[in-house]
Design a protein around this ligand. Sequence first.
Ligand code: ASP
Length: 427
Amino acid sequence: MRKIPLYIKIIAGMILGVAFALLAIRFEGGVQFTKDWIKPFGTIFINMLKLIAVPLILASLIKGVSDLKDISKLSRMGLRAVVLYLFTTVFAVCLGLTAVNVFNPGKSISPETRTQMMSAYGVDAGKKQQEAELQKGAGPLKFVEDIVPDNIIKAASSNSTMLQVIFFALFVGVALILIPADKARPMKDFFDSFNDVILKMIDLIMKGAPLGVFALMATLVAESPGWEIFKALGKYAVTVITGLVILIFIFYPSLIYLFTRRNPVQFIKQVSPAQLLAFSTSSSAATLPVTMECVEKRVGVDNEVSSFVLPIGATVNMDGTSLYQAVAAVFIAQAFGLELSLTTQLGIIVTATLASIGSAAVPSAGMVMLVIVLAQAGIPEAGLALIFAVDRPLDMVRTVANVTSDCTCATIIAKSIGKLEEPAKAV
Ligand code: ASP
């Protein structure tokens, strides 16, 4: 029998998960059954992926940077990465602003619907608002300050401080290049082998992906609070998703074609396992292992590029998040009956870019950072309560955009420095 490809199994897991939940909610105790007996498998799967995130970043970045042999190579890639990341993020915000001004999703919201949604999600949104409140007092350079940890053990103990781990790993990698080769060898050998072990672990974890994805989808559908509210926010969701779909299926493939002359359809197929995982985990960080595998083995990007560009991209390059933040901010303003001036909307380009860079690569992070955008534009933050209901599905799609952007940038950078090979593995 022909082996079924992993991404087909993952799609099957998703569809079966939704079907299972739709069936389960019809029976008494079905939701409870899903919570008790299905949900844990999803949690275990996500935990396994998160478990691997910090060691992966340490291993792959230290190995990646120290393999570069000289600093000039590092700055060559670094500069390209910064330019590409900024360009794609700013493009995404502008696209989001255009979409929301064309669709005007917030203008159709009636005050009654708004009150109903606020009270339905008051508790959870309140918690998010509290977190968001903490962000609000922060100065403009706070996100730069936050990159430098004061204790590496503390930084490595939380997946939301991934940027700090990246900073440390880069620092160690640079120091490794700067010391004499014979002195650097033992540590380099250690990290080479450490890296191989981590990659094998990822391989093993991914064998469980179809089951994990089944459990995640089943739980999401079984626990959803009812379709009325989703319907009220449908227009807003459609606006965000339209923007994201344009990014994922038109903008990135066009960039790939323009800069690498590769077949864009083939490219999307090659990165699809990472996209599917991003969709079901809502976390670029949790998806990182698979993103790296796809980009190296299926697209043909040299490990020297991917191990440097991808971990950074997963944390700072969030086009989907920035697009979403722009749409959400204007939507909330519209829902509250506020007219935003052109200057305010231009300001959103800057704040949404910074807020997306500062968002951690974990579920819902983009929503917490949204408060920076709202505060700057003078939009009531209570609006967070309004959009909370549909955040998860949007988070799933924006994470796909985030991950696809990382893959695209890595491929373009690899091409520009002659490190893009024909893929070893046929798709
Ligand atoms: N979940 C997104 C990610 O990990 C971040 C966000 O909430 O927008 O890429």
